[in-house]
Design a protein around this ligand. Sequence first.
Ligand code: KIV
Ligand code: ZN
Length: 520
Amino acid sequence: MSERVYIFDTTLRDGEQSPGVSLNIQEKLEIAAQLARLGVDVIEAGFPITSKGDFNAVKAIAENIKGPAICALARTAEKDIDRAAEALEKAERPCIHTFIAASDIHLKYKLRMTREEVLEAIEKGVKYARRFTDYVEYSPEDGSRTDPDFICRVVETAIKAGARVINIPDTVGYATPDEFGSFIANIMNRVPNIDQAIISVHCHNDLGLAVANTLAALKNGARQVEGTINGIGERAGNVALEEVIMALRTRKDRYGFHTKINTEEIYRTSRLVSTLTGMKVAGNKPIVGKNVFVHESGIHQDGVLKERTTYEIMNPATIGLTVNNIVLGKHSGRHAFRERLKELGFNLDEEALNKAFERFKDLADRKKEITDRDLEALVEDEIRRVPEKFRLEHIHISSGNRVVPTATVGVHFDGQLVEEAACGDGPVDAVFKAIDKITGIAVCLKHYALNAVTGGKDAMGEVVVRLAVRDKVFVGRGLSIDIIEASARAYINALNKAVFDFGDEIVGETWNGNGNGKGE
Ligand code: KIV
Ligand code: ZN
């Protein structure tokens, strides 16, 4: 029997530290539930001391998600650990992950502590965390740049104090595979009590070496991998879990490990994380990019038709990617629609199914061939609706290369139809300005991205926007064959989320005689 590698997911903690990403509790719960279906061993749900929102999210995940251990991050200070323990109170298997940096550069410039003081903090912090749970993980931050002799003392101290998992982070993504492999081997060979803990690794991707470093560490004794879905995270991100998992599975001949991951959930998990964070997956991203199983060259197409393995090293079905390209059309009935959704893993209640079917019919009138990707986009858009303070009714634009772009937008505002017009730098800008006049919400557009869901002239456009409202960022998503309409839908979706979060107090903040949202 091959040895097991444990999968520790930090999408909701390190992943959420990606610039511009901010998830609300519902979104975090949805991702956590999907991670449980994926079969990860540990979900790092957040860093409770950092904010009330983080605390509440960890608490909600601890209360609701069963299966994986639920982990909370804390520095070695008692107040951090208390807050983590409190958030984890209801978890089936709570894990406290405590950390303090160990490299000289961090000790000198950031912590202003001596090595002896750091060892003392580790011992105290780990022992204190053990009062709440026997499942304590310790990380020497900037581990890979720590002196190899000192890291052995650090690891020995943490294990002696009661840590069950020691995580070695390559915090700044500086290590190279041969170097990181030797670094782990040094720890495995020289720490006397190493048999009492599991070594985990946490590689950042600044040099694009995160997967290679992780695999090198596994070759040298590590047995847990920490990373995120789609590789999101600080700066260049963390190691992409789906890449490590599929490397271990596809090249079992080289590595000889297994995980408990249900790989058929990989694609869905990737999509969900991308949708909710608003971080698009590049087409050529390994495993989950949309080009990964597409063969453009005639020679390749011919080879795959004769024998799939000529040019495909993985079967798309193993990551849960269906290859049914044209499924439904205008004449398809409700039953066929429901069955196809079930096959794609969506079990909608009657109300959501009815709404999704209505939108499907609407789309089928405008688009001849509806693929699985269209269905996924449409249903995800439908099931994730927040209460609609604002609902798009109509748009009219006048635009061209020699006219000032102008938009007239009609929005149902608390059920009443309100119309406003505005000029802008382009038609999308004009539409957003007209919506701003209607809602009176003070927003700043941080990000706008347009993506075609499938190929072809009649492809649906998917727009993702990130809007800053007060101190928070809201991701909005809109779908339509018309990209101006998709933009307006995305913008309104983000505004509805902001109202859902802050309440009505943000509405009308910018009305000062330039319209008051009721068209008066
Ligand atoms: O990158 C890092 O060092 C971390 C630690 C908190 C594990 O994220
Ligand atoms: Zn990290």
